[in-house]
Design a binder for this molecule. Sequence first.
Ligand code: EPZ
Length: 421
Amino acid sequence: MGEDAFLIVGGKRLQGEVRVSGAKNSALKLMAASLLTPDECVLENVPRITDVEVMCDVLRHLGAEVAREGETLRVLSGESSSCEAPYHLVRLMRASIVVLGPLVARYGEARVAIPGGCNIGSRKIDMHLRGLAEMGVEITTEHGYVTARAPSLRAARIALDFPSVGATENLMMAAVGARGTTLIENAAREPEIQDLAAFLVSMGAEIRGAGTPVLEVEGGMELRGTRHATVGDRVEAWTFAVAAAVTGGEVRVRGVDPAHLGLPLEKLREMGVQVEEEEHALSVRGGGDYRAVDVATLPFPGFPTDMQPQMMVLLSLAQGIGVVTENVFESRFMFVDELNRMGCDITIEGHHAIVRGGRRLSGAEVCAPDLRAGAALALAGLAAEGETRLLDIHHIDRGYERLEEKLARLGAEIGRVGNAA
Ligand code: EPZ
């Protein structure tokens, strides 16, 4: 098929220092938020990943000029030539839905293809739409598109059923365009939400409570261009931390705030992995026997669903049985069969995964079913005896900037090969 694969020879101890890129799940939203002003926004620390490329295409489709120099992205939205995010782009990346809020705030209208489900669940957008409706937006959904019209957007008090990351972001961005005070209750508190709020504030918005369950947005301010550095990617940092642990290595991860990984790092310590925190870095030293722990995914500051797949690999190497409970997405255990083919012993019971530890992993040919599961399979390959061929790594390229190069610099034997066979 000509698609790339990772070829990994396991058993190498990782050692050294690695710097994480900016967070995918923040950069995409900062890019969308740049639509809120006609001025130029300069975004720094933007990761070179394919999801960012798709968002560049979405913004260009909406009439913006987008240019990249190294890790810096310049977005000049000017006056929009279109308010539509078409299906051929949205189907490549469901996070494109996050242009809905900014378009409604700036132009009073938007037409965005409804994202379908994906390999981790059905992923509805009802909370985004209900919140917008409460702000006076007329929503129609037909022919696979959401059409939103709001000649006069109004402030509202919105209570979310669940602290959805995407709904909180869309509603926060819509609210900056609505005169008056909007309250978003049960808001998501992820570091990426805080980064988006900081960006909006630097554009001239007034937002209080970012990082708490109640967001207060004073809308109607004129927004201007700004410069902002994307927060470091905590999921990428976690991936390297677990890579160090599963190879019994020692790795210092730079460019991330350890406070953004509070509970996950506590779990590592509980398992017997040594973790040290600095202001913008963390060091992980693995080796010896690990103890199994239980993990339940929850919105921030709970254990992140995006860090669950990697944890399964580490639990497979620990002594005892660990139970991983997935509370955020309905089907985020699809990769377990692939891990089991590499020697893991994981059984699924509803939304619980029972991970039996003490396993010796062996390299195999496996497929990455989605982004984080793909990262977990790469980690399994690093820990396994022999060779692993990891296919479908386009999923990994969506969210990790050259994962194989960063791992190779830490001493992993990993390379990208054409998958002609
Ligand atoms: C964001 O997705 C991230 N994506 C995900 O990262 C992450 O796993 C997730 O937040 C949770 O932390 C981006 O930021 C681009 P949600 P999002 O809305 O915003 C349900 C990765 O690998 N829900 O918090 O889509 C939904 O179905 C990705 O980097 C509704 O029912 O997540 C899910 O079960 C994967 N109705 C739960 O809420 C809605 O209107 C959480 O979704 C919205 C969501």
